[in-house]
Design a protein around this ligand. Structure first.
Ligand code: SAM
Length: 292
């Protein structure tokens, strides 16, 4: 077995991140790599062809690949790499392997000492996390939960005391059921439902689980059921208990420090020291103040 850093005479498998909706998010390196690759292997050849069309990459050869691709075809891809061809791997959107195909072939390449590299690109989980307004210093990516209510509950039971922000992928058809189960298992928490990121109808719905459920119900009642692609960020359990504090006092203090032009990090430091409020509670007040 060879280290990733040891180059061999093989070609290279390029693990390529592609846009999660907005085709303008393709990087120069991605376009260059797709142009130069001897072959592009793709989870969804139709989506890939749209990307190639947008960037006028006419010569590319695209073949389908997913984790259930038959062994014979996988062996052919590996042989091509071993013979020196360069292959770009893309998924339907975002980073391959992240709730998407690719792990199996990367593992084989790594075991066989075939050159591997990554062309980093957009990813829905991280995009949602940085927009969420929830703590980002530590987080856990869960991806898709199991499909049945009982299994979802079991998984959430394992996570309910987890102290850091958690990131879930979910379909619009199941999001309301997930929120109900989440409320039952976790109790009330701050969450952010990030939808259609980088696309025309991008939005983030922030609030407690009950507030977000209410917003979705209200929309449903008005005939606009939630649609599109969704990432759900959920605040971890707040373990450190905050001493009693007066929210209006903290709000005034926050507003005054913001007006003074201090940055968020310093503001948090000052208030946390002065009032013995923990970061999680302070974030919640900060979010309310900024009318997220
Ligand atoms: N590999 C992708 C990545 O790096 O993010 C994830 C692929 S996974 C099969 C698809 C799920 O990602 C969707 O069901 C949704 O939960 C999330 N997703 C993808 N694009 C999104 C977007 N533009 N906005 C919100 N969520 C998105």
């Amino acid at each position: 077995m060879k280290n990733n850093s040891e180059t061999t005479n093989s070609g290279t498998l390029y693990i390529c991140g592609t846009p999660i909706g907005n085709l303008n998010d393709a990087s120069f390196r991605l376009i260059e790599t797709l142009k130069k690759a001897d072959l592009i292997i793709s989870e969804d050849t139709r989506t890939t062809k749209k990307l190639l069309f947008r960037y006028e990459i006419k010569s590319a050869k695209v073949e389908s690949y997913h984790d259930n691709t038959e062994e014979k075809k996988v062996n052919e891809i590996i042989k091509k790499l071993e013979s020196g061809l360069n292959i770009a791997m893309v998924s339907e959107s975002g980073m391959p392997l992240i709730s998407d195909p690719g792990f199996k072939i990367v593992k084989i390449c790594q075991e066989k000492g075939i050159n591997l590299t990554v062309i980093p690109g957009p990813n829905a989980a991280l995009s949602a996390l940085v927009l969420s307004g929830l703590p980002v210093d530590n987080f856990l990516f869960i991806g898709f939960l199991p499909k049945t209510g009982i299994k979802i509950k079991k998984k959430l039971e394992e996570l309910k005391t987890f102290p850091y922000t958690m990131i879930f992928y979910e379909s619009p058809n199941r999001i309301e059921e997930l929120l109900e189960i989440l409320k039952e298992v976790f109790g009330e928490r701050q969450i952010c439902l990030a939808r259609e990121l980088t696309k025309i109808y991008e939005e983030c719905i922030r609030g407690s689980i009950s507030e977000v459920i209410q917003i979705l119900k209200e929309r449903s009642r008005k005939g606009s059921k939630i649609k599109g692609e969704i990432v759900l960020c959920v605040c971890g359990l707040n373990i450190k208990k905050t001493e009693e504090f007066d929210e209006s006092v903290i709000k005034n203090e926050l507003s005054s420090l913001i007006k003074q032009g201090l940055n968020k990090k310093d503001i948090f430091k000052i208030i946390m020291n002065k009032y013995k409020i923990n970061r999680h509670d302070l974030y919640n007040i900060f979010i309310k103040l900024n009318k997220f």
